[in-house]
Design a protein around this ligand. Sequence first.
Ligand code: FB9
Length: 491
Amino acid sequence: MAEEAILGYLAKNEEIGDSGEFASKHGLNHDEVVNVIKSLHGFRYVEAQDIKRESWVLTNEGKLYADTGSPEAQLFLAIPPEGGIPREELQIKLGPLLFKIGCAQAAKNRWVDMGGQVTRRVQHVDDRVKDLLLKIKEGQVVDQDDIKALKARKLIVPQTWNGYSLKKGPDYAPQRKKFAADLTREMLQSGDWKNVEFKEYNFNAKGQPIEAGHLHPLNKVRHQLRMIFLQMGFEEMPTDRYVESSFWNFDALFQPQQHPARDSHDTFYLKVPSTTKELPEDYVERVKCVHESGGYGSRGYEYDWSREEANKNLLRTHTTAVSARMLYNLAQDTLKKPFTPKRYFSIDRVFRNEAVDRTHLAEFHQIEGLICDRGLTLGDLIGVLHDFFSRLGMSKLRFKPAYNPYTEPSMEIFSYHEGFGKWVEVGNSGMFRPEMLLPMGLPEDVRVIAWGLSLERPTMIMYGYNNIRDLFGHKVDLGLIKTNPICRLGL
Ligand code: FB9
């Protein structure tokens, strides 16, 4: 309707001077006319210029007085010309509000004497307020002082009217062309494609929301880290064993049985099944010895090692338990074939019975990398840490001596975070001790360098989470799972 009227009018006329007049002349809704003008302007069918008009419109109170007369005029007319009227009777006659406004204005205009008996002071009055309101209602020009007075009484308010003047645009046509959205098989076969104009691609158009599965931020970051490890030549370790024996989780790592981390306040022990079924007995014997009396140049911990303690089942407290199994298998392989260097990594859940807070839960995902080769040194560890963390965007590292029961030397890893403007602890690392490696049966000159960090910490920082419960657990907002952005790490 409006589109045909506008394009048809411009076919015979140079311009439409005022969209408001055009709409009323053609019996159209001006808002609809404005929307069509904006669309036609967007496709260059018309060239539109803004028209902005400030006008005044009556408030509801203003409309009432334009209809019934101002309160002061009504009050004057309610007073008998002779003798006047008692104040109370006049108030009842007009009603409290009209009486209150009318008295004030009539007294101000010196139309009445407001004693106990209200009397007229003049013979006749002109109701200018009503006349002015009627003029404004009809769109006539009114003196600024009068406007100011009516506005002060809240009888009129300003109104801005937005419209357009328009003329033919560079791509004007009496009818809107139908632009084809897609090139179809039929067009190609019939040859119609030669006469068809195609809609321009809107490269800023957002894609339709995909009602499909959405990856959790942790999975997105884990995938990126997995790619980084694979690019660095690492193989992924099998981490599908959450329940582990204390032997593989602690004893094989030369972690003494009195170590506080093995206390039930830090570790989840299982009731059923409470003990592991089988361990490699010859290896267990060597582990028992190295704990009790050392060997390989070590004096051990000189305590009575308990098999019962080693048999206890638990939820693994670190993925280093998996690393221990992998290194033991590697050592066993050297019985059949020569030792070959290996690079392993793992990213999976670990469980610790520790105090929970805003950034810690009783479980988290540990990321661990290790390199097993002859003659590795601390320098090799520092070098591979620079390579790894630089792929995470952390090129400024510092190392601080630390202690782990199963690595010596050990280092905490710090990175300078430009955003926070401070050094942030980003992981831990070290060289596995001979008391761990040699009972496995690895060759004497083989060294293992390893490091670890968590998956939640980088994910929280990258995705701006302040509370780990917004990222992991039953309170996670599934809407965020749908809308969280992609994660890009790695070279
Ligand atoms: O992840 C940690 N911090 C971190 C990592 C990345 C990161 O990226 C941001 C984008 C910039 C930010 C922060 N940390 C290790 C350090 C701290 O967060 C620490 O408070 C918490 N640690 C966890 C353990 O806490 C119970 C993080 C977790 C951790 C610590 C040590 C290891 C693994 C995970 C390890 C190890 C290890 C050592 C030697 C040999 C083999 C494994």
